[in-house]
Design a binder for this molecule. Sequence first.
Ligand code: S3P
Length: 176
Amino acid sequence: MSPVTRHPSLIFLLGFMGSGKSTLGPVLAEAMDYDFVDTDELIERQSECTVAEIFTEKGEAIFRRYERDILRSLFRRKKMVIACGGGLPCFFDNMEQMNAHGITVYLQATPELLAQRLEDHKAEHRPLLQDKTGEELRLHIAQMLEQREQHYTKATIVVEALHASLPVLIKQLSSS
Ligand code: S3P
C-alpha cells in the first residue's frame, strides 16, 4: 500500500534546474507505486530532438509551447509523478492548470546551492546555462530565480531542496 494516506493522482515536482526533481521523482514514484515521467524527456522523445537542439533550431518560444502541450496531455493520466522542466511553471497558465489537476511540490533552493550543483552538471539539456561558470553562474541563477519564485511559490507544498528526501516528501504529501 502507498505510504501516502491521501492519494493525489498527479504529483508535479517543480523547481529550478538542479533542485533535485529528476533525482527525487523516480524515488517518490516507486515508493507510491506511481509512474514517473520527466517533461524534458517526453519532449525529446516526441520531437526526436534534444532540448538544446530545439532551443537552437526553433527557439525558446517553441520549446515553451511543446512544454505546455505535453503538460496538457498528462492531465488525463492517473497515479503519476511528473518532474517538470525548470521553466515550465513560469509560462502560460501552466501553474494554475497544474494546481487544478493535482498537487504541486516546489523544491526550493538558494542560488548558491543551485550554482554549486549545476557547475558540473549543466549538460546539454540546459542551454540557458551553457557558457556560465563561477560567480557569473550564481548571479545568473539568482536573477532567474527572482523572476520565477512568484510562480513556483504558488505550489501546494514548498520543500527545502537541501533537506528534501523521500520521508520528507511523503510526510508533506500526507498532510497536504
Ligand atoms: C529549463 C530547464 C530544463 C529544460 C530547459 C529549460 C529552464 O529542465 O527544460 O533547459 O528554463 O529552467 P531541468 O529543470 O530539468 O534542468
